[in-house]
Design a binder for this molecule. Sequence first.
Ligand code: NAD
Length: 281
Amino acid sequence: MSTILDTVTFHDGNTAPRIGLGVWQVENDVIVPTIHKAIEAGYRLIDTAAIYGNETGVGEAIKTCGLDRNELFITTKLWNDRHGYDETMKAFDESLEKLGLDYVDMYLIHWPVPKHGLYVKSWEALIQLRDEGRIKSLGVSNFNIGHLQTLLDETGVIPVVNQIELNPRFQQPELRAYNAEHGIITQSWSPLGQGTLWDLPILKSIAEKHGRSVAQIVLRWHLQLGNMIIPKSVTPARLVENITLGDFSLDEDDMAAIATLHDDDARWGPDPERFRLPKES
Ligand code: NAD
């Protein structure tokens, strides 16, 4: 089904690689060699965020990687304390400046922060920035069905991507279904459950059956659901492993067995209805 070069086409007509590199908790001092190794391995999408504190390093890696800008897909995100139209405009300028770019391929509202009630205003700013050509595609992260419906009702513009917590233990079936019905691509964050899935017997036995690692089984599962993925690693061998997913596939029994691992209470990240800033959550 997939090769590392597989792309997804958004409802706005733009395309993006299905697999990308997430760089949360990758410090500025190791980010340049990490991104260069990733690019060597075939990655073309980098997922960063203002709050990760490494947009400068990402920008340096882009500048020095030897590829043309249009060969890369760069995502960054608006942090929770910058919601509102004017603040969003300023925060976006700051991100672009740090990245050393004149556009990003995708900009996401990182969390809806419903308590502040400003995500629609931020969305209006994103629409303006898209119209100016400084954002190619508009997305959100951690939006529940109600937040997505509000964007649609109030602006008529639906995101191309909803980046959400998703792994075999926490599969988000209702939200995935809503995304799919509205042409929104689901992008799984922490697709490897932050490294907490290795000992699950169902995953281990599927990995043995296919002669692959548990990480590869899990990442392939995401792809077969139609999701985009942004696994994080700074280890060269794992960077390669995580993108070598095109030469095997999971069968119906494998997919059905993994479906049984879902638990509504297995979310480990914050609840999007409540999350504002770490100290307030
Ligand atoms: P992940 O699920 O990608 O897991 C990363 C962990 O697994 C790391 O400890 C890594 O060393 C280990 N690992 C990676 N590949 C491995 C392999 N092949 N074998 C064994 N271990 C392996 O976790 P993550 O970093 O939390 O998530 C990935 C990305 O998702 C982040 O970097 C970030 O870009 C994004 N993210 C977004 C949000 C959001 O709110 N939008 C939240 C969290 C993460």
